[in-house]
Design a protein around this ligand. Structure first.
Ligand SMILES: Cc1cc2nc3c(=O)[nH]c(=O)nc-3n(C[C@H](O)[C@H](O)[C@H](O)COP(=O)(O)OP(=O)(O)OC[C@H]3O[C@@H](n4cnc5c(N)ncnc54)[C@H](O)[C@@H]3O)c2cc1C
Ligand SMILES: CC(C)=CCC/C(C)=C/CC/C(C)=C/CSC[C@H](N)C(=O)O
Length: 477
């Protein structure tokens, strides 16, 4: 039996987490609930574009895995189009030389990989596929409406103790134990961690596997920019966008129309210089809770809401239109240099994590030079590049634009993930980033939080934290 739906729900943050939460909450609670979505910056959050010579390029979250089914579903439901990310040829630079270079011939590439690393590349592919296979169980659970009250319980339901173990050990320990060689780890795995998460192989094994899955074929992006998914979900959910910054959330007792005193949440926010507030039955926080990023204070909760101190990694995205100084990486002249992405090994002397040619958000998979003076290159670095560093990388350039991010958690296993249930009807989505930060992870957390809020509202405890779900759903068929 269902209780009357809540009157009002607040969501804080209009990135992919907050907007997909609005979408799923609307599906569960129906048309009558009022959903307010608070955003202090741009809708999209870490999905954003930068403009170079009138063309837009992804500056934050850019590629989506072919098996990221929530993202795929959003694009379909919202009537958006996709673009395949081709990537081109990749090389790995160690500060002195290219230690590995892809070939455009599939067979030559295979021979090169086997020559350098034996069959480790194939073994790695199989290791990642096995993890992805288990990870995919989440779609089955969520399509049957099951929810989890913690990130650890969610991961355990997917991959049992193996997944929890991955959260508690470094990728390096996990892969060394699995028998991968130092050479393969340093020359192939570490560069993938640097381009994706700006960190070393000391990140947890789970995020390491997510990162390695980005080497699969079939990656894609949304035509016009990935952030279109967020604006589309906002519109489709018929939520009310409030362009303000949430400062406090306070527990309050209010007498509702039933005449009963009810615990509610007051959200106090700032628009320009004006402070306003409103009360809600349910609140979802869809932004990392720390002083530097969201700066939200919880008032008068008993017991108090714990403080979160997750440190987020600083990453700079720089887009440069220019002619690469290929001699920095190889003795070959520019016209013989066919790499379009250069990853780097874990070398502290290097001032970039990666550099690669990028397509605009409207181009098909084959990037074109904007003029004969060069392609647009995307560089990831730990710090803002100096003019001297840019001039080292490019023979000439005529446009540069940058964006600094507190991009993703600084992973340091063992990871203790923050609670999803912060208080009776107060939920936290972004804690899932402790396992891995990616668009799909935020969408999964959003679906889970919407289901959790719905079942807890209606007292459906049997739909929460069910053990052995995989077996149960198998026999249900
Ligand atoms: C450079 C970079 C590259 C990436 N590449 C990829 C990739 O290729 N593929 C992939 O899957 N993922 C990628 N990611 C990760 C992905 O972008 C994020 O995991 C995802 O976008 C997080 O979405 P979110 O909604 O959870 O958080 P966010 O996008 O951070 O949204 C939170 C929102 O809350 C708002 N907010 C914060 N505090 C307040 C407040 N007090 N009041 C009101 N609003 C507030 C913020 O302004 C923000 O818009 C990348 C990230 C970065 C930075
Ligand atoms: C969640 C699962 C199962 C898969 C996601 C795989 C994926 C697309 C990971 C990428 C994560 C990430 C943070 C990438 C950052 S850099 C992306 C890209 N190389 C770029 O150049 O922008």
């Amino acid at each position: 039996e269902l209780r009357a739906p809540p009157d009002k729900i607040a969501i804080i943050g209009a990135g992919i987490g907050g907007t997909s939460a609005a979408y799923y909450l609307r599906q569960k609670f129906g048309k009558d609930v009022k959903i307010d979505l608070f955003e202090r910056g741009e809708v999209g959050g870490r999905l954003a574009t930068m403009t170079v010579r009138g063309q837009e390029y992804e500056a934050g979250g850019s590629v989506i895995h072919p098996l990221n089914l929530h993202m795929k579903r959003f694009v379909k439901d919202l009537g958006l189009s996709t673009i395949q990310s081709s990537g081109g040829l990749m090389g790995v630079y160690n500060g002195e030389t290219l230690v590995f270079e892809e070939s455009s011939w599939f067979i030559i590439n295979m021979i090169k990989l086997i020559w350098h690393y034996g069959f480790q590349s194939l073994r790695m592919h199989m290791w990642v596929e096995d993890i992805l296979d288990k990870f995919m169980r989440i779609y089955r659970y969520q399509s049957h409406d099951y929810a989890f009250s913690s990130v650890e319980k969610l991961l355990h339901s997917l991959g049992g103790d193996e997944f929890l173990g991955m959260l508690n050990r470094t990728l390096l320990e996990t892969l060394q134990k699995a028998g991968f060689s130092e050479k393969f780890l340093n020359e192939i795995v570490a560069p993938v961690m640097r381009v994706n998460y700006g960190q070393s192989m000391n990140i947890n094994g789970f995020v390491g596997a997510v990162s390695l899955s980005s080497a699969d074929s079939g990656l894609w992006a949304v035509k016009g920019g990935n952030k279109l998914v967020c604006s589309g979900l906002l519109q489709a959910s018929k939520s009310n966008l409030i362009s303000g910054s949430v400062m406090y959330i306070e527990e309050k007792t209010r007498t509702k129309h039933t005449g009963n005193p009810t615990k509610m949440y007051e959200v106090i926010y700032q628009i320009g210089s004006e402070i306003r507030s409103d009360v809600y039955d349910i609140v979802l926080v869809a932004t990392p809770l720390n002083r530097k990023m969201s700066n939200i204070t919880f008032l008068n909760f008993d017991p108090p809401i714990e403080e979160f101190h997750q440190y987020y990694q600083h990453i700079v995205t720089t887009l440069i239109k220019g002619q690469l100084n290929s001699t920095l990486f190889s003795s070959r002249a520019l016209d013989k240099f066919d790499l379009s992405t250069i990853l780097t090994t874990d070398n502290s002397d290097l001032f970039i994590n990666s550099i690669g040619i990028v397509s605009s958000v409207t181009e098909k998979d084959n990037p074109q030079p904007l003029t004969d003076r060069g392609y647009v290159w995307k560089i990831f670095s730990q710090e803002i590049l100096t003019k001297e560093q840019i001039l080292k990388l490019f023979l000439s350039y005529d446009y540069a634009v940058k964006q600094s991010w507190l991009a993703y958690p600084h992973y340091k296993p063992p990871e203790k993930c923050p609670s999803i249930i912060l208080h009776d009807r107060l939920y936290y989505l972004s804690g899932i980033e402790c396992a891995a930060s990616a668009m799909e992870m935020s969408a999964i957390a959003a679906h889970n939080a919407a289901l959790l809020a719905y079942h807890r509202w209606n007292g459906h405890t049997d739909m929460i934290d069910q053990e052995d779900l995989y077996e149960k759903l198998k026999t249900e068929l």
